[in-house]
Design a binder for this molecule. Structure first.
Ligand SMILES: [Zn+2]
Length: 310
């Protein structure tokens, strides 16, 4: 029944999109992509399934033809200014300092002429760095017996994510000693960060240590807003005034501390549309479907129809 319903919705999405556009609804959407790859992998066994570069480009071309692509910083203003019949504004964002951002995403974005914001941690400005989940993926792919229990890689990752920064650091070290970083993805260096800026893309902060901010005490939370930021701003040659919260997790306290630290906009992983009333420090985003343009088309329609979180 559910499958039938999704198939029906998928078939109706183009018509729904037309009807929606005729409405005076003031709403917009922020998308978040992570890694891109030339060819998709097994989705079940992948912690961070990369988007296939061909599907990604097709999705961008679709967005460019049916939606109004705007920089994330200008999205809420564009939402407030939207009139009946006009395209809905959509902003593209990218999280984590991934080599595929420079290798695949940036050239495709330039080709399509789409604006985008890259949220970076800055942990790899001077040398190779791998996030713990990248090491975990390599450990699982290599059949390593892990020190953390879990039914599958997703459950193990969930447990590691909810650990204290110290505990997680120990797991990271354990993994680093056994598998080492993927030579193909060891983060973005200062020069690559500068290239993104020179290509006209916006940069935002994603915190140096990528801790789940809602679990940090007040002191550690305040430190997360500033640690590593000056170094990244130096590489970017400009101040960073937007932040994407690691793992998409934030609450009122996190948003308040981010604002006090000088950020004007904060992005979560909450699946909801942006409206003129959305809290600028807690703006929702969602990850586009991996398989097709049609699936993204449906996601967009569903998001625009969704009632925003209060
Ligand atoms: Zn991240």
């Amino acid at each position: 029944m559910r499958r039938l319903r999704s198939l029906l919705l998928l078939a109706l999405a183009p018509a729904l999109a037309v009807v929606l556009r005729l409405s005076a609804r003031r709403a917009g959407v922020v998308l978040v992509y992570h890694a891109l790859a030339e060819r998709g992998r097994d989705p079940e066994g992948d912690l961070m399934r990369p988007h296939d570069a061909v599907v990604f480009e097709a999705q961008l071309r679709y967005l460019g033809s049916r939606y109004r692509l705007v920089p994330a910083e200008k999205l809420q203003r564009a939402v407030a200014a939207r009139r009946r019949g006009e395209r809905f504004p959509v902003a593209l964002t990218f999280d984590d300092d991934l080599v595929s951002h420079a290798r695949f995403a940036a050239p495709i974005l330039r080709r399509v002429g789409a604006p985008a914001t890259f949220f970076l941690c800055g942990a790899s400005l001077d040398g190779p760095h791998a996030f713990w989940w990248q090491l975990l993926q390599r450990a699982v792919d290599g059949g390593l017996h892990l020190p953390v229990e879990g039914r599958d890689i997703h459950e193990v990752a969930e447990r590691v994510e909810s650990m204290s920064p110290e505990e997680r650091g120990q797991v990271g070290e354990w993994l680093a000693q056994r598998v080492g970083p993927d030579p193909e993805d060891i983060g973005l260096r200062s020069e690559q960060v500068r290239e993104l800026v020179e290509s006209g893309f916006d940069l935002g902060f994603h915190t140096l240590h990528h801790d789940r901010l809602t679990g940090l005490g007040d002191g550690a939370l305040a430190r997360a807003m500033t640690e590593g930021r000056a170094e990244l701003e130096r590489a970017a040659t400009r101040p960073l005034t937007t932040i994407a919260y690691p793992h998409g997790k934030a609450d009122g306290r996190v948003g308040r501390v981010a604002r006090e630290a000088g950020f004007r906009l904060g992005f979560t992983g909450r699946w909801e549309p942006i409206t003129p009333h959305s809290d600028p420090m807690l703006l929702g985003r969602f990850e586009p479907a991996h398989d097709s343009v049609a699936a993204l088309r449906l996601q967009l329609v569903r998001t625009l129809l969704r009632r925003p979180h209060r």
